[in-house]
Write a protein that binds this ligand. Structure first.
Ligand SMILES: Cc1cc2nc3c(=O)[nH]c(=O)nc-3n(C[C@H](O)[C@H](O)[C@H](O)COP(=O)(O)OP(=O)(O)OC[C@H]3O[C@@H](n4cnc5c(N)ncnc54)[C@H](O)[C@@H]3O)c2cc1C
Length: 320
């Protein structure tokens, strides 16, 4: 039997959307080219951090919705989410971001800043072990009767023959699949090391910094970042980039220098000038796009998924 909805993509956008739709009572199948563990989402750091995404008014709303979902889910260890305290620090004076109030942000005393940093702020936010979290989402979807299938589409029309409603969460794949040249890969690499005892996260928030530096401690591992390379579609890790990431992070947190490297991860952030969350009607069928989240796909996931669900509900079950 064909499902009510086919969701293309099993990254954080696709799986979260599928969970929302299934929990709203629809039968859902997720079709994905890559296995869940090989998506960009599985490679991410990942923290709730609403940076650099447009349109800014809706991004703020989607980020807020996601923050409260992730905080609530963080109570259950099985989700892979923990609420972690840490600092964002800058090498030049700058103000706290507008969203700092949402995460209890307060300025650091100058004597508590790391060497070389002149300002900083401390806050608590969701830190997500992405491979575990994606597994949790897939289990939650299965519990509602949703299914997951390995399948690659070469055109959206093919998917629209499979179900009356299709949601396109194909990340960078949308460049080809939706014939959208506005989608570009921003390659990101990070390094996973054994945790030498780090409990707080650190992020270099220096405006205009040439390189990314962040340290995200999970229970047994630490994720070290990172790189941001626009237009680079190479999915394989670069040893030199790994060496530089570890060296940068060890400058801030010396215990990292001797930590054993467990993994190098690469993902292609689906960048677009504006996130595409729009709907189209084709011969009685509904196509909703949900892609282009750049470096903030986790941060926006629940907000976008709920909006997609509302739009679909309005069309297939109009209020009487
Ligand atoms: C190193 C790194 C660190 C990051 N850190 C953070 C962070 O701290 N916080 C944050 O919020 N975000 C972070 N991001 C960004 C975040 O990872 C992305 O925004 C997010 O993963 C995008 O998710 P997605 O589901 O839209 O796309 P993806 O995860 O790329 O999933 C796309 C899915 O579509 C499928 N697909 C594509 N084309 C087709 C096709 N033709 N047919 C069938 N299936 C198809 C793929 O197989 C895949 O399943 C980071 C990214 C990287 C690379």
């Amino acid at each position: 039997m064909s499902p009510d909805v086919v969701v293309i993509g099993a990254g954080v956008s696709g799986l979260t959307t599928a969970v929302c739709l299934a929990e709203a009572g629809m039968s859902v199948r997720v079709d994905t080219d890559d296995p869940v563990g090989a998506t960009t989402s599985a490679a991410a750091g990942a923290m709730w951090d609403p940076y650099l995404a447009e349109p800014s008014d809706t991004v703020e709303r989607w980020s807020r919705v996601t923050l409260s979902e992730l905080v609530a889910l963080g109570i259950d260890e099985e989700t892979g989410i923990r609420i972690v305290e840490g600092t964002q620090e800058s090498r030049i004076p700058c103000a706290m971001p507008v969203w700092s109030g949402l995460v209890g942000g307060c300025l650091c005393a100058p004597e508590n800043l790391r060497r070389g940093f002149v300002t900083g702020w401390r806050y608590r936010a969701p830190l997500v072990d992405m491979p575990r979290y994606l597994d949790y989402l897939a289990r939650r979807l299965a519990k509602e009767g949703g299914s997951l299938r390995r399948h690659r589409y070469s055109a959206l029309e093919q998917a629209m023959r499979e179900a009356p409603v299709v949601v396109n969460c194909s990340g960078t794949g949308a460049r080809q699949l939706a014939n959208d040249p506005a989608v570009e890969a921003v390659r990101g690499q990070l390094v996973v090391v054994e945790n030498p005892g780090i409990e707080s996260f650190f992020c270099d928030g220096t405006p205009g910094a040439e390189e990314l530096t962040y340290i995200y401690p999970h229970a047994r591992t630490v994720v070290l970042g990172g790189t941001s390379d626009r237009g680079n579609w190479d999915p394989s890790p670069d040893e030199e980039a790994t060496r530089r990431i570890v060296a940068r992070c060890a400058t801030v947190e010396p215990s990292i220098a001797g930590a054993r490297i467990l993994e190098q991860r690469v993902g292609l952030r689906p960048a677009r000038t504006r996130i595409r969350l729009t709907e189209e009607h084709h011969q009685g069928r509904l196509l909703v796009h949900n892609y282009g989240h750049g470096g903030a796909g986790l941060t926006l996931s629940w907000g976008c998924a709920r909006e997609v669900t509302e739009r679909i509900r309005r069309v297939i079950a109009p209020a009487t």
